[in-house]
Design a binder for this molecule. Structure first.
Ligand code: GDP
Length: 194
């Protein structure tokens, strides 16, 4: 995918604040620190477009980006952030569900897991919601560069079985080596029907 423009549009907490639903959208979901910002920046060849989790404020909202004036990326708020007040933790579920339920232009969700971690209860809950709303899901396992090959394979098998999915549903990714970048883009393009 050639990226001619990638522009931050706005942050939103609830549907009335979303930008107009006039372009197809791909959302990115995962726990805080999973490597979501790094993945989006890597896909868009931009360094600082999406802020990383060291700035928790904006990461607790939905952030909309316009890409090539043709489609949008939505950075969904990360979850599992230990230092976040209870009120914010509680608002996360309704915020995500409201988005998944109401967004007519949503074409797919890139669901990101860390290769070194067993999926958490929150990960599995989100996966259930995606299924419940019939949302096409692109499963990605990031930070692949952090493990040696043999451990990586074993870890993917564990992650896949915890999610109840086949191993080949997952795309291995690394923002550091750019492994898996083309494959993620292919899956995004298919979801967007580009
Ligand atoms: P976010 O909270 O999900 O947006 O996570 P970030 O993108 O901010 O990444 C969290 C931390 O993991 C940062 O220190 C990143 O540099 C690091 N990180 C993210 N992706 C990768 C990756 O593919 N490989 C390695 N080695 N580190 C990564």
């Amino acid at each position: 995918m050639q990226i001619s423009s990638a522009v931050f549009l706005k942050s939103a907490l609830k549907p009335v604040q979303y930008p107009e639903a006039d372009r197809p959208e791909i959302a990115f979901a995962g726990r805080s620190n999973v490597g979501k910002s790094s993945m989006i920046n890597c896909l868009l060849n931009r360094r600082g477009l999406v802020r990383t989790s060291s700035t928790p404020g904006r990461t607790q909202m939905l952030n909309f980006f316009d890409i090539n004036e043709r489609f949008r990326f939505v950075d969904l708020p990360g979850y599992g952030f230990a230092r976040v007040p209870m009120a914010v933790k509680k608002s996360w579920g309704p915020m995500i569900r409201a988005y998944l339920e109401s967004r007519s232009t949503l074409r797919g969700v890139v669901f990101i897991l860390d290769i070194r971690r067993i999926p958490s209860e929150e990960d599995l809950r989100l996966l259930d919601w995606l299924e419940e709303y019939g949302c096409p899901t692109i499963m990605a396992v990031t930070k692949a560069d952090k493990l040696a090959r043999s451990r990586r394979d074993r870890q993917i098998e564990t992650i896949a079985s915890t999610c109840g999915l086949p191993v080949d549903a997952f795309t291995l990714f690394s923002a550091t080596t750019r492994q898996g970048k083309d494959e993620i883009w292919e899956r995004i393009e298919t979801a967007l029907e580009l």
